[in-house]
Design a binder for this molecule. Structure first.
Ligand SMILES: NC(=O)c1ccc[n+]([C@@H]2O[C@H](COP(=O)([O-])OP(=O)(O)OC[C@H]3O[C@@H](n4cnc5c(N)ncnc54)[C@H](O)[C@@H]3O)[C@@H](O)[C@H]2O)c1
Length: 254
């Protein structure tokens, strides 16, 4: 699918990889909708990409339904591109010196990362399915963000790994189901990316993670994620697959 003149909705667009995607797709001529829980962040990125800002909690059905109603009202055509970047990554042990971890901790991470991704995907697919088909009958592309923690989660990442594993697992069935509408579904599983999410890592933690990376010996830049998003949009043969973007890293237990 071409990027130019198509409407692209980016969740978590107010920071990190989502922000880089908004900037990249805007440079390529897309009309950007920045969706973020943080209204200030969404407005800041919308201003620099000449886009529309919507404050929205992806994990909440009503909040996302209202966001899609606003998107429909503001544009003459349905969206064609959805990039799901909203996510959280808190870590906790199941059993720590403070006792057993409370269940709501696990539930909240699943609700944002996994249920939130599905919530966006179902409503985007509904609007995309009503669009006029473009080249080869294509109506839309949905790109989700997992993590390499879906495959080799570290100690403390049970909830995060489960949530991202769910995103990986639903990629193929969603692509299979939505194919009849001309909608592709892809997932990117990044390794370590230099964004506000990892700003809290100590130098020691960063060095250990970089040691485990094959090449290049550094964290990825958010722009590298954004250009991969651009490639996936352009390349129609990419569908129902998960692409690791990780410099060959395979994480150890801690
Ligand atoms: N940074 C990394 O190393 C890394 C690695 C692998 C995967 N990821 C994943 O990539 C995605 C983007 O991460 P990032 O590093 O850019 O993080 P970030 O913290 O810079 O940005 C995440 C954005 O999501 C928004 N958000 C959080 N919860 C939300 C909700 N319920 N509704 C709407 N918006 C919400 C935040 O406000 C923030 O703007 C996340 O899904 C993350 O799990 C990050």
């Amino acid at each position: 699918m071409k990027i130019k003149d198509n409407i692209a909705v980016v969740t978590g667009g107010g920071s990190g990889m989502g922000e880089a995607v908004c900037c990249y797709l805007a440079e390529q001529g897309a009309k950007i909708v920045v969706l973020d829980k943080s209204e200030n962040a969404a407005v800041r990125v919308a201003n620099k990409t000449h886009g529309m800002a919507i404050d929205c909690d992806v994990s909440n059905a009503q909040s996302v339904e209202e966001a899609f109603a606003r998107i429909k009202q503001a544009h003459v055509r349905p969206l064609s591109i959805l990039v799901n970047c909203a996510g959280v990554a808190p870590a906790k042990r199941i059993l720590s010196k403070n006792g057993v971890v409370p269940l709501p901790w696990f539930e909240e991470i699943i609700q944002i990362n996994l249920v939130g991704t599905f919530n966006m995907m179902r409503l985007a697919a509904d609007q995309m399915s009503q669009a006029e088909p473009q080249e080869e009958g294509e109506r839309g592309i949905i790109i989700n963000t997992a993590s390499i923690a879906a495959f080799e989660g570290q100690i403390g990442q049970t909830a995060y790994s489960a949530s991202k594993g769910g995103v990986v697992a639903m990629t193929l069935p969603a692509a299979r189901e939505l194919a009849r509408f001309g909608i592709r579904v892809m997932t990117i599983a990044p390794g370590f990316v230099d964004t506000p999410m990892v700003k809290g890592f100590t130098e020691e933690v960063r060095a250990s993670l970089i040691t485990q990376t094959v090449f290049p010996k550094r964290f990825a830049w958010p722009e590298e994620f954004a250009t991969l998003v651009g490639h996936i949009i352009n390349n129609q043969m990419l569908n129902g697959e998960v692409i690791r973007l990780d410099g060959g890293v395979r994480m150890g237990a801690s």
